[in-house]
Design a protein around this ligand. Sequence first.
Ligand code: NDP
Length: 467
Amino acid sequence: TLAKLAVHHKAKSSAHSVYVGLDLQEVDWFSLSAVILLLCTAPFLVFFFVMVCDQYQCSVSQPLVELYSGEATLRSIWEKAPSFTWTAAQIYTVWVSFQVVLYMCVPDITHKFLPGYAGGVQDGARTPAGLINKYEINGLQSWLITHALWYANAQYFHWFSPTIIFDNWIPLLWCTNILGYVVSTFAFVKAYLFPTNAEDCKFTGNVFYNYMMGIEFNPRIGKWFDFKLFFNGRPGIVAWTLINLSYAAKQQELYGYVTNSMILVNVLQAIYVLDFFWNEAWYLKTIDICHDHFGWYLGWGDCVWLPFLYTLQGLYLVYNPVQLSTAHAAAVLLLGLVGYYVFRSTNHQKDLFRRTEGKCSVWGKKPTFIECAYRSGDGGLHHSKLMTSGFWGVARHLNYTGDLMGSLAYCAACGFGHIHPYFYIVYMTILLVHRCVRDEHRCSSKYGKDWKRYTDAVPYRLLPGIF
Ligand code: NDP
């Protein structure tokens, strides 16, 4: 039935699919194998990286050596791991419900008194079918309320221990997995039965690919509950800084002090998280919201992958409390801040350029650009501009380069004792290089020869002269 529905939708969509938007690609065997491999291995990878800290002090090789020598079996490792608990289920239910309430019921007021902050109702980018969705941007406010409550609890109320997240970490992993799979499956079924906007659905004819990469572009419940905006930001990214604080509290409880490495990881990642919420309106124009469809990749990824693997450095430092020399700490701080500067400035330049349609100043000069034309799924002809000056004239994705520098700084804050905390930089490099290639492929089919003019003008992707 699903296959028939897919064919039906595909036929229906083809009537509208003039150009790039609704890319009705057949999935090649390589993409399909990658999708199935990821679906099967990603949950185990997350379990592995958390379990090795719980059972092996974060040594990645030790369990493999023990498995090889027969000292441990997969079963013995599995049996030692904490299982699902109702306490964790309650914590997680309260957490997600609280974030839903903040998202849905507390309209943004921070934009009224924070100069330069764009909150409240904002327009998203034009979807492939030509729609412009409205979003209630209140992530910064949700983050502030959540952290104020966390602080009030730690200082005055003492309803729960600040180590609560760390203390329930593996049981919470099972709960986040349940939500991740429920949300992805719900989005998948919803796309067939009651899509929010059928014209923006993408069917490839392959069930696994559809499940993983998503069918609906902007699934919503009601007018305002937007799956992408909520799941991308709220349960995972708001939690990110709380998870780190919980790790710091655990270090304090176990050793009686918090290491400078833990402080560095907390501070650098908090800058990244706050930046995300400060720029949430800008985020509506990024690939996640503008181009990706909502499936397991985003749904499960936001619920499980992000909170567990983006916080590995803090987890590592609970088990291995590294105290860095002043020079090492200063180098990490510098790398993190320079990376953040490049990341933010690059993103800001593009945002400013696009918002003002090129009528702005970048590095003290009027920006140069290439005029492009493209068609949306409804056949409408649109115009756009690709900037060729500022950071965008140095390389085509210096925002990714800055992001990678910041990611490396988090890892380097953990010293060089284990490879465990370095998983993050390996993962981010794969993610952003793949993203770069994917984005450029899309831009090339969207802008055609205009994209070629742009790549001729700015030949490098991430590192001028190298890549
Ligand atoms: P970008 O913000 O780089 O957006 C790419 C899009 O920008 C292109 O598809 C194109 O869109 C437009 N564009 C490309 N070149 C130009 C140009 N020269 N001038 C004007 N517009 C241009 O990518 P992302 O959305 O992937 O990333 C946003 C940020 O989020 C990045 O800094 C990235 O590092 C970060 N990020 C972090 C992740 C994490 O897990 N920590 C994951 C993903 C992203 P159009 O079709 O409009 O022309």
